[in-house]
Design a protein around this ligand. Sequence first.
Ligand SMILES: Cc1cc2nc3c(=O)[nH]c(=O)nc-3n(C[C@H](O)[C@H](O)[C@H](O)COP(=O)(O)O)c2cc1C
Length: 164
Amino acid sequence: METFESISKRASVREYLNQPVPKNLLEKLVDAGHRAPTARAIEPWEFVVVTERQTLDKLAGMISTGLFLKQATACIIVFCQDVKYYLEDGAAATENILLAATDLGLGTCWIAGDKKEYCEEVKSLFGVPATHKLISLISVGWASKVPKQHKKRKLEEVLHWEKF
Ligand SMILES: Cc1cc2nc3c(=O)[nH]c(=O)nc-3n(C[C@H](O)[C@H](O)[C@H](O)COP(=O)(O)O)c2cc1C
């Protein structure tokens, strides 16, 4: 798939088939994540891949906006060391994963991490040290139906040439 096709096809998927995602595809997604740009080339990220049903259900129970983790067959959690640009770096890695997943025909949804009240609970579930922040959780699976495209603001409305 062309990059532009992945970008325009990507849509949040919250309904999944009960079908596992092969390990090599999950590895490819993390590979895409860790190739993201990173301020000062620090690469502060760590990725935890979860496929165990019990753990996915536990996460769904902790995160009210991530209840669909009960259906997803995998979740990639992005953590970053608390450096100056941790959030930008982690967000860039997260978006790379979403686009790579679209390219592989997988469905994903970005679930909020940073600033959420469940950060510490999620960190403690995976034994994450205090030096690291929760950036995002990405549900991963095979979409049970073609995802609906969220209507975006028109390009003419958001694109400003030369000045705001
Ligand atoms: C920082 C961030 C946090 C998000 N958190 C959640 C979330 O907790 N739960 C959820 O269902 N979707 C979450 N989303 C997905 C957005 O709801 C979704 O991207 C938006 O509705 C646009 O739809 P689209 O992804 O299909 O284009 C999040 C997206 C971003 C960028």
